[in-house]
Ligand binder design. Structure first.
Ligand code: F3S
Ligand code: F3S
Length: 106
């Protein structure tokens, strides 16, 4: 299992979550961040610090954001498992679901 970042992160990218992750498995895309499903150790440390409540345990992702579980997997189709987000840095790409969203926020 893994934690998943969902739609509230899009165009917000607060990044408070990055500071909490003990295994550096939260990667930055163009419009949101993504948790590597194989590198995440399910510690839960990232979930409470997100100011927009974008992070959920895989089983608890709200129905309207279920597609984000797959988006967090698809983001790594080309990246594979780098074993650390800080050395990868920002990746200027997002899965189609996110790329096609209208601008978020007020
Ligand atoms: Fe996004 Fe929340 Fe992290 S807005 S970058 S999931 S702290
Ligand atoms: Fe990292 Fe733990 Fe979240 S491993 S992605 S801080 S659940």
């Amino acid at each position: 299992m893994t934690y998943v970042i969902a739609e509230p992160c899009v165009d917000v990218l607060d990044k408070a979550c990055i500071e909490e992750c003990p295994v550096d498995c939260i990667y930055e895309g163009d419009r949101m961040l993504y948790i590597h499903p194989d590198e995440c150790v399910d510690c839960g440390a990232c979930e409470p610090v997100c100011p927009v409540e974008a992070i959920y345990y895989e089983d608890d992702v709200p129905d309207q954001w279920k597609d984000y579980t797959k988006a967090n997997v698809d983001f790594f189709n080309e990246l594979g498992s780098p074993g650390g987000a800080s050395k990868v840095g920002k990746v200027s790409a997002d899965p189609e679901l996110i790329k096609n969203l209208p601008p978020q926020g007020e």
